[in-house]
Ligand binder design. Structure first.
Ligand SMILES: *Cc1c(COP(=O)(O)O)cnc(C)c1O
Length: 365
């Protein structure tokens, strides 16, 4: 048994609650007295049915999802949703509105283009190097488009919407992979929300889709069975073998979230965690946040040393690792440093990082 505490600031797969990891360990070989592990169980058997239903019920409760929405557990990651969403929801002759706030938004846009959809670029963050989102109330949406796509939290650049754009009657689709269930969100504003589990909900291998009922009927006849939302709605996510272990873990993580007091309590904690870390950056005179303050993500904190001192940043990454903090290197697309502080990152992890940053700045400033 490893006693050493390592704080994991990786962007995803990411840290999970210690209590959940211990529970999964305890149940792994003998799931709740049944004499074998849940990974060995049929996805059609009663023990797994209870798990997938409980996971869905937890998510509905945590996010306040009404009966007007279906909740699906799919595979292929958020990246498959970049294609699956337009496959199912694009409309011949209509464009798709995209708000390009970074890597994951334009990857989604690329898939829509491959499928032949016209793009209506409502917001182009490239000009500002994706360092901000700005005033979404000034964005113009064309009500004749098929739908609008946003990425709610930009994992790589470290920005997040603090307010969602008003798209009128245009169905709003959101990639919430890196901030799902980190703050209270009114699901009713969205036609479809998707999120890979591996940032805030569990391990990799399962993707959550929350979708307004009726929307799936838009799907053209030519889309293969596995890629149709309607297939998975009808089969309640059991059309084929799902990632049973990942869904089991999502159930445990969402149990844990409810025990913490649900999303409002977690949001409050996330706000405190992020405020502490950004204050340490802003007050240092050594580190520098890379994003507009108003648009800073509370999940992925991106920063640099000075104007981008790569040598010192490298030193920061290796010394922090030696001090028991991993995953602080920025994404290869942007460089610098990044601390991903999802729901499961305890306050003690933030405190350890802040203390390390202070000592590092004092030594190297
Ligand atoms: C990680 C991430 C993705 C990619 O997820 P996969 O499950 O690896 O396909 C997409 N969007 C956002 C916002 C992400 O953070």
């Amino acid at each position: 048994m490893q006693e050493k505490t390592v704080y994991n600031f990786n962007a995803g797969p990411a840290t999970l609650p210690k209590a959940v990891m211990l529970k999964a360990q305890e149940e792994f070989v003998n799931y709740r007295g049944c004499g074998y592990g849940i990974v060995e169980e049929s996805h059609r058997a009663a023990p797994f049915e209870e798990i997938i239903q409980a996971a869905e019920a937890n998510i509905r409760k945590l996010m306040g999802i009404s009966a007007d929405y279906d909740v699906l557990f799919l595979q292929g990651g958020a990246s498959l949703q970049f294609a699956m969403v337009p496959m199912n929801l694009m409309v011949p002759g209509k464009k798709i509105a995209f708000c390009d706030t970074g890597e994951w938004a334009h990857k989604a846009m690329k898939e829509a283009k491959i499928l032949g959809a016209g793009i209506n670029l409502v917001y182009d963050g490239a000009k500002e190097k994706y360092s901000c989102i700005g005033d979404v109330s000034s964005w113009q949406f064309d009500q004749n488009d098929a739908y609008a796509h946003i990425c709610s939290n930009n994992t790589i650049y470290g920005t997040a919407y603090n307010q969602y754009p008003d798209t009128g009657a245009l169905p709003l689709i959101a990639d919430m992979s890196s901030d799902i269930m980190s703050k209270v969100v009114d699901v009713n504003r969205f036609a479809l929300i998707f999120a890979g589990a591996q940032k805030n909900m569990g391990p990799s291998g399962v993707t959550l889709v929350i979708m307004r009922k009726g929307l799936a009927e838009r799907c053209p006849e030519t889309v293969p069975t596995m890629l149709r939302f309607s297939t998975h709605i009808k089969a309640q996510s059991l059309y084929n073998t799902p990632s049973t272990f990942s869904i089991y873990m999502v159930r445990l993580v969402t149990d844990w979230m409810l025990e913490q007091g649900g999303v409002p309590a977690i949001q409050k904690l996330n706000e405190t965690k992020a405020a502490k870390l950004y204050a340490a950056i802003d007050e240092s005179g050594f580190f520098r946040g890379t994003c507009a303050k108003a648009d800073r993500s509370k999940m992925n904190v991106c920063f640099r040393i000075g104007e981008g001192n790569e040598e010192l940043e490298k030193k920061f990454v290796s010394e922090s690792k030696a001090a028991g903090m991993i995953g602080l290197k920025g994404h290869r697309a942007v460089g610098g440093l990044r601390a991903s502080i999802y729901n499961a990152m305890p306050m003690a992890g933030i405190d350890a990082l802040v203390a390390f940053m202070k000592a590092f700045a004092a030594k190297n400033g």
